[in-house]
Design a protein around this ligand. Structure first.
Ligand code: SF4
Length: 286
């Protein structure tokens, strides 16, 4: 009897579905897990070494939240000292009725800030700032640089605050969950994740991690974040990598390190406390 031929093996149907694309939060969590597995303890090492060199930053209130918002708008793509000049020009041009006649004009240092600081004076009259003709407002803040881009953002932000509660206040954001508060601020035209995170972190201690150019540069060099991460991604990565109580310290420590040691040009690696684990200094650093 002839042998029965074996039935042809069925080939597996090819999947036509594309691999599922991960969302930014999943990508960030995956990076945090990978970093922890490949370079354990790196975040703590960096924070501890920077704390030994520069002191461990402890949150303290800086400015009132609306001043923080306007100062941060003025500091975009400008040196902090120029933002101070523009803020002081606003204060002089639109003086608050509450301003004392003879108040100290001595600047007070602001944590995490690169300028000379600001005197402890009442904020400008925000209703006068919002109502000012745009050309006038632009001229007032011109000494701070990039006035044409920044001037329209100021009344837009003030108008959004007033429309929300009838006054110029951000206090309601203190009680919101961090990402909800950040999204509320970032919905205002001209306000991005960084500005929103700065305002919330410094005003209320909201656990968010602002990533400016110093934080981005230092983080990429050490290898805390991938070398090609953009600022937007870096915000998500840090939210996955840091415990809430580490965010203020990480922001202030990395920004200070970027200003004092890890300069954009010629970083001072010879005197850097983080060098033993920095991938810029040693590409094989663990
Ligand atoms: S070793 Fe050099 S590149 Fe690395 S963090 Fe320190 S100063 Fe920056």
């Amino acid at each position: 009897m002839p042998a029965r031929s074996a039935a042809p093996a069925r080939s597996k149907p090819k999947s036509t579905s594309r691999p599922r694309k991960l969302g930014p939060e999943q990508v960030a969590r995956a990076w945090a897990r990978k970093l922890d597995a490949k370079r354990p303890g790196l975040v703590s090492f960096v924070l501890d070494r920077l704390a030994e060199a520069n002191g461990r930053p402890v949150w303290q209130p800086r400015l009132d939240p609306v001043s923080e918002l306007i100062l941060t708008i003025l500091s975009a793509n400008s040196a902090d000292i120029n933002a101070e000049v523009a803020f002081e020009a606003l204060r002089a041009a639109y003086t608050s009725a509450a301003a004392p006649v003879a108040a100290s004009t001595e600047p007070r240092a602001l944590p995490g800030w690169g300028g000379r600081g600001l005197p402890n004076l009442p904020p400008p009259d925000w209703s006068a700032v919002e109502a000012a003709p745009l050309a006038e407002l632009t001229d007032v803040i011109r000494p701070g640089g990039m006035a044409n881009q920044k001037a329209p953002r100021i009344p837009a932000a003030l108008s959004a605050l007033r429309a929300n509660g009838g006054n110029y206040s951000l206090d309601f954001l203190a009680a919101k969950p961090p990402l909800e508060a950040r999204d509320w601020l970032a919905a205002i035209p001209g306000i991005g994740k960084k500005t929103a995170s700065v305002v919330l972190l410094f005003s209320f201690g909201t656990p968010l991690m602002p990533v400016d150019r110093h934080v981005l540069r230092v983080s990429q060099r050490i290898g805390l974040i991938p070398p090609n991460a953009d600022p937007d991604q870096a915000h998500d990565l840090y939210l996955a990598m840091l415990a809430p109580e580490q965010m203020y310290e990480a922001h202030v420590s990395l920004i200070t390190h970027g200003r004092r040691t890890c300069h954009a040009q010629r970083p001072d690696c010879e005197h850097c406390p983080v060098a033993p684990r920095c991938r810029y200094f040693d590409p094989k650093a663990e």
